[in-house]
Design a protein around this ligand. Structure first.
Ligand SMILES: N[C@@H](CCC(=O)N[C@@H](CS)C(=O)NCC(=O)O)C(=O)O
Length: 248
């Protein structure tokens, strides 16, 4: 295998430990405030009562992640310096190290499929709605004007340029589905509800599929299109249960 292949950034647990990337001597999550994949991890950490530090990454420059070959968020650093990349891998890592409450990857096909669904379908479906116009995109990116560690110019650029970029990302995501963005999200929520086994995907307690899909939807709260979830008679009660136990 050539070096260029072996050096590709990879999902999951990384060999090299990076204890110097911890902040405040706590497990540390590198994230964007509104990133759907980051909300998955925040929900699990919240539900397990794990204290952690957050590093807000600049979405344009990725300054805070320059040290890592994996430049997407979330990146999780555990107390011993273990770096874990990619949201679903991080969920498994945290659960396995802690309460070990949900089946590991490859053990429960249904859980694995719904965890994949969170990325391949639900994540794209919400992006198509949230960023369906320049105005809704601006609303979603308003948070960057309030991030303390960004400079004034970064805040302005990230918001106004970021909204243009995300509007085009939203359009490209919308093209992946035959239905219009709002109708598609409603349709995907109907699908999601088919995976519930009673209270949760995991039955009486949430499993990886609950945290993965809840996190994605949590990132929409307060943004354009959240009303679609609020008016869903099966998904909304599940969402409320997840919100209560994760505290986010
Ligand atoms: N499969 C990854 C996807 C992560 C992802 O795409 N994150 C976005 C932010 S929401 C990102 O970092 N994109 C690259 C960028 O912003 O440059 C995961 O589940 O963690």
């Amino acid at each position: 295998m050539s070096d260029s292949i072996t050096n590709e950034p990879t999902s999951g647990i990384q060999e090299k430990k990076v204890p110097d990337k911890l902040v405040g001597n706590l497990p540390t999550l590198y994230c964007y405030e509104t990133c759907p994949f980051c909300f998955k991890v925040k929900a699990l950490l919240g539900s397990r009562g794990i204290k952690y530090s957050k590093v807000e990454v600049n979405p344009m420059k990725h300054t805070e992640l320059q040290w890592s070959s994996w430049r997407k968020v979330p990146v999780f650093i555990d107390l011993d310096g273990t770096q874990v990349n990619d949201s679903n891998f991080i969920l498994h890592y945290i659960d396995e190290k802690g309460d070990n409450k949900f089946p590991r990857y490859g053990v429960d096909e249904k859980q694995d499929e719904w965890m994949d669904f969170s990325n391949s379908i639900l994540g794209k479906s919400i992006v198509a709605v949230i960023y369906s116009s320049y105005f809704t995109s601006l609303k979603a990116l308003d948070y960057v004007t309030k991030v303390d560690n960004f400079s004034f110019s970064s805040r302005i650029i990230n918001k106004w340029l970021g909204a243009i970029i995300m509007f085009f990302v939203g359009r490209s995501r919308a093209k992946k589905f035959p239905l219009k963005p709002r109708d598609n999200l409603k349709f995907q929520l109907d699908n999601l509800a088919k995976g519930f086994e009673g209270e949760f995907f995991g039955g009486d307690i949430p499993n990886g599929a609950d945290f993965a899909n809840y996190g994605i939807l949590r990132s929409m709260q307060g943004l354009y299109g959240f009303d679609i979830l609020e008016s869903h008679d099966l998904v909304h009660p599940w969402y409320t249960r997840m919100q209560k136990l994760s505290g986010i």
